[in-house]
Design a protein around this ligand. Sequence first.
Ligand SMILES: Nc1ncnc2c1ncn2[C@@H]1O[C@H](COP(=O)(O)OP(=O)(O)O)[C@@H](O)[C@H]1O
Ligand SMILES: [Mg+2]
Length: 351
Amino acid sequence: MSFLQLQQVGKTFEKGQKAAVHDMSLQLEKGEILTLLGPSGCGKTTTLRMIAGFEQPTEGTVKIGDQVVFANGKSIPPEKRGIGMVFQDYALFPHLNIEKNVMFGLNKWRVRERKKRAKEVLELVGLEDYAARFPNELSGGQQQRVALARALAPRPHVVLMDEPFSNLDAGLREKMRFEVTNILRKAETTGIIVTHDQKDAFAVSDRVVVMNEGEVQQIAAPKEMYRCPKNCFVAQFVGKTNLLDGEMCPDLKHVNTHIGKVSLPEQTSEIIEDVKVSIRPEGCRLAEQGMYSGHVEYVTYGGEFQELSVRLNNSGAEAEPMIIYAPIEQDVEVGAVVSFDITPELVALVD
Ligand SMILES: Nc1ncnc2c1ncn2[C@@H]1O[C@H](COP(=O)(O)OP(=O)(O)O)[C@@H](O)[C@H]1O
Ligand SMILES: [Mg+2]
């Protein structure tokens, strides 16, 4: 039984315009953390706002728990949907202290219960000693934890977070990815997080929904998404890749490309002749007697690895060079001839 469900949800803001969200279906299990990932303008915030009830779909059905919250133009208001929202700018009340900020959504509770719950959620986010402070006396990461505590306080069915990490600098961002997931897991909350950053998405979620131009491209666990992207858009959006046109071999396990024969991780059932393969740069490993060889056109140092652009000996001058990641300790010079093998597990057929 899914806990949150979107069925063919669509949103067109103005008649005759392209839909901001089109035919969106997805299901969440209780306790699951899902991210909506995609470039700016692809419809992530609109989707989140339709789940929250701030925006009405023009098509489809939304269910939360066993309640239909939107169908056939009938909508349950946001405050009755059992959702907790964390906004991109946290939206804390500057004139209220942290405890009062957290108690904000509990106005129907008895005063003693309110105080007890505020203490509980502030402990959960590790800010029990900050109850009397004001938002401007806290760091960005702390403010975000307050916003999360406030969202969690009324025990919502689902917590929705829009770009929660975008206002944080790189170091804090990594720490908060870890903390936010930890807090959501401890609270056993179901969560949907919106981000345009693939690293955020992979680090925090059980499953990722990649969107483009209002449409779902693929829904998968991070590792599967990376290893088996469904199409060229997903392959390129979740990491660097080499996209090669090819012809399927009769054994359905190899593809002939301009660099030579490439092995697939397993035999495919797709009997299509003209195909495209995605080969991850880290799937190409330098080797003494590698199956493929070429000369290095440029080397870029990427910190934990170096990126090589290799022009293959057997492919024509107009063919794209291959991008390969090599370990940083290996000495590679521009112009050198290198050979490499390709790990089939990092090769995928894509649409
Ligand atoms: N209130 C609105 N009125 C008209 N168009 C809107 C409105 N909100 C969003 N859009 C449009 O819908 C599309 C998706 O926007 P949005 O959901 O904010 O994308 P994202 O959050 O992925 O960046 C964009 O083209 C945007 O311009
Ligand atoms: Mg947005």
